[in-house]
Ligand binder design. Structure first.
Ligand SMILES: [Zn+2]
Length: 82
């Protein structure tokens, strides 16, 4: 894994400056069992192939969290939001 993330505050930086915060979980529209929903949100990962929304922390830069959309096949980033 060697790619750059274009931080809105710091500019393009290598991924080694960031800490991976995980996938942004999808919340089901309706779920009767709230405990099961919460367990799924915290522990279950889908590890998708293709575009996925993730959180990254710019630990060695501005120390802010970013939400990015990254294609896991190519590491191409299509969206970055602070
Ligand atoms: Zn930054």
């Amino acid at each position: 894994m060697a790619f750059c993330i274009d931080c809105p505050s710091c500019g393009p930086r290598p991924v080694t400056e960031y800490r991976y915060g995980g996938e942004v979980p999808r919340v089901p529209a309706a779920c009767l069992d709230e405990a099961a929903r919460d367990v799924d949100r915290v522990w279950m990962r889908t590890n998708p192939e293709g575009p996925t929304t993730e959180r990254w922390y710019h630990e060695l830069g501005c120390r802010r969290w970013l939400t990015i959309v990254r294609d896991t096949r190519t590491d191409e980033i299509s969206s970055i939001v602070r």
